[in-house]
Design a protein around this ligand. Structure first.
Ligand code: NAP
Ligand code: MG
Length: 400
């Protein structure tokens, strides 16, 4: 069998624990037998981040700017326990945070919909993708406890020595609390562009919602920036692609999402995205069936699974016990990256292979063969629960 050729390598970001084991199996069984795989390899495993003083993470993000498309394995974000476990010289930052800061991206999360794993909402027949703004608002706030009566104000002091602007938050006549938050026009603009680009690249409508009727300056600014960028840069391209941009209030959006059949992108402010993405992933079935892609407004893409390194399963694996870890989101990270590479390089065979890999994965589950996490929630009668490797081998068999 001749293998499918590639033109430009993918940036490959290897990771940790159980997902690192799955990573190798996917390459060996599902990709390399079919594709003449070319990658620029970066080992983001915690040992190598320690050995390179985390330079490898920065290098992998820079490589993504150069090559355009990356696929990332889940990685450990060190905490105090990990510092001891891996004898770390410092508590290295979250690789995802570092990569996001360099690529200036928005994170898109979409569930993988299969028959037999039914969403809790009956009308949802297509996936709903959340686009979450990842800068500012309550995640970068300043807050105070107000101990006793007194005045709280917002004060803006211009850097050029111009006139101060003041606004009263509250004249407190008793103890309470107060909070200051901010955002940046440039960051909101990046969020809007990444969202519109993603809608175009996936051919889906996009919704955006905020609370502009109540927050007449802050949330309204989000609404205005989205509308301005849409009118100036995207209206025409959306018309050509036959997709739409739709703005509504956040509470109206929530009601419409529940009544919808899915199949659109829901752009959310930072806090809304945090809360709603957990609601959606649970309502669609399982975190192990959720894909995640970081899209930058400059057109860089980084694909990954939404879940972590599945530490508990890894320790079972190390103890020689059988594991039944779900590899679907990691398989889809690879297929997503290969498809995007194929589109950018005009390689229809590579795009078709990505489609086939996803089809084979979904068909395997729909035939009744699945890992333990899905076997526990499926509506199918008598599912066959398989171990980590056997699931991947079953997908490989179908691909052939
Ligand atoms: P996790 O790896 O997402 O796993 C939490 C639990 O969810 C697992 O113990 C398992 O439940 C279930 N689960 C998640 N993915 C699964 C899969 N593919 N197949 C089957 N079950 C799955 O989160 P964690 O254990 O809290 O975190 C482990 C490490 O991952 C941490 O060091 C964290 O820093 C890192 N992390 C990385 C990323 C990333 O790189 N994007 C994201 C999140 C967390 P059961 O044990 O009940 O089977
Ligand atoms: Mg959350």
């Amino acid at each position: 069998m001749t293998k499918i050729a590639m033109k430009t390598p993918l940036v490959e970001m290897d990771g940790d624990e159980m997902t690192r084991i799955i990573w190798q199996m996917i390459k060996d069984e599902l990709i390399c037998p079919f594709v003449d795989l070319q990658t620029e390899y970066y080992d983001l495993g915690l040992e190598n981040r320690e050995a390179t003083a985390d330079q490898v993470t920065v290098d992998s993000a820079e490589a993504t700017k150069r090559l355009g498309v990356a696929v990332k394995c889940a990685t450990i974000t060190p905490n105090a326990a990990r510092v001891d476990e891996y004898h770390l010289s410092q508590m290295w930052k979250s690789p995802n945070g570092t990569i996001r800061a360099i690529l200036d991206g928005t994170v898109f999360r979409a569930p993988i919909v299969v028959k037999g794993i039914e969403p809790y909402v009956r009308t949802w027949t297509k996936p709903i993708t959340i686009a979450r703004h990842a800068y500012g608002d309550v995640y970068k706030n300043t807050e105070l406890r107000i101990p006793a009566p007194g005045k709280v104000e917002l004060v803006y002091t211009p850097a050029d020595g111009g006139e101060e602007i003041r606004a009263t938050v509250q004249e407190f006549d008793q103890p309470g609390i107060a909070q200051g938050i901010h955002n940046l026009d440039a960051s909101i603009g990046s969020f809007a562009r990444a969202s519109f680009e993603y809608a175009l690249s996936t051919g889906q409508d996009i919704w955006f919602a905020s609370k502009d009727t109540i927050s007449k300056t802050y949330d309204h600014r989000f609404k205005d920036i989205f509308q301005e960028i849409f009118d100036n840069e995207y209206r025409q391209r959306f018309e050509e692609a036959g997709i739409t941009y739709f703005y509504t209030l956040i509470d109206d959006a929530v009601a419409r999402v529940i009544r919808s059949e899915g199949g659109f992108i829901w752009a959310c402010k930072n806090y809304d995205g945090d809360v709603m993405s957990d609601m959606l992933s649970t309502a669609f079935g399982s975190l192990a069936m959720m894909t995640s892609v970081l899209v930058s407004p400059h057109g860089y893409y980084e694909y990954e699974a939404a879940h972590g390194t599945v530490q508990r399963h890894y320790y079972k694996h190390l103890a020689g016990e059988e594991t039944s870890t779900n590899s679907v989101a990691t398989i889809f990270a690879w297929s997503g990256a290969l498809r995007k590479r194929g589109e950018l390089d005009e390689l229809p065979e590579l795009v078709a292979f990505a489609d086939r890999l996803e089809r084979a994965t979904v068909d395997t589950i729909e035939s009744g063969l699945m890992t333990g996490d899905l076997a526990a929630i499926t509506t199918m009668e008598n599912p066959t629960k398989v171990n980590t490797r056997d699931f991947i081998l079953a997908v490989a068999e179908r691909l052939r």
